[in-house]
Design a protein around this ligand. Sequence first.
Ligand code: PNS
Length: 165
Amino acid sequence: MHRAVCPGSFDPVTNGHLDIIGRSAKLFDEVVVAVGVNKSKNRLFSPEERIAMLTEACAPWDNVRVDGFTGLLTDFCLEQDIDAIVKGLRAVTDFDYELQMAQMNSSLAPVVETVFVPTSPEWSFLASSLVKEVATFGGDVTGLVPEFVREHLLKRLAERESAGD
Ligand code: PNS
């Protein structure tokens, strides 16, 4: 059994994330989509909300499950018997940081391999942060995130606006 993790913040999940998750599901027996809690970043959605959206978005794949993790990704991998960390690379600009993380993770847990998957060209510009920014200023994000995620996003931004945030 080869098990992989697709880790990320997923605030919120985009079609670019789903491209990588779906392709990982073809390469591995089981894929765990792991929502990390990174305290340094301000999130629009809580971990529970991000996990719920991912669970709905990943429903088409029988061998994909969604979980949350705190602490080190490598500890999560060792606890869950995960062999590989899958990371999508959108462009060479992603590579420096991802290589550094892969090498740090390898030094922490040599049995866990990092596998880089090139993002499909149609999603190479896509990032959750950009989707949020575009939606905040009234831009149309249709086709960049699943439709139900777009609805959650617009609702949350409207709530923030009416709360004066
Ligand atoms: O979607 P993101 O923000 O790029 O996801 C980053 C994430 C959650 C994958 C990364 O921050 C992470 O692995 N965090 C867990 C803490 C950890 O293991 N840090 C050491 C990485 S070398």
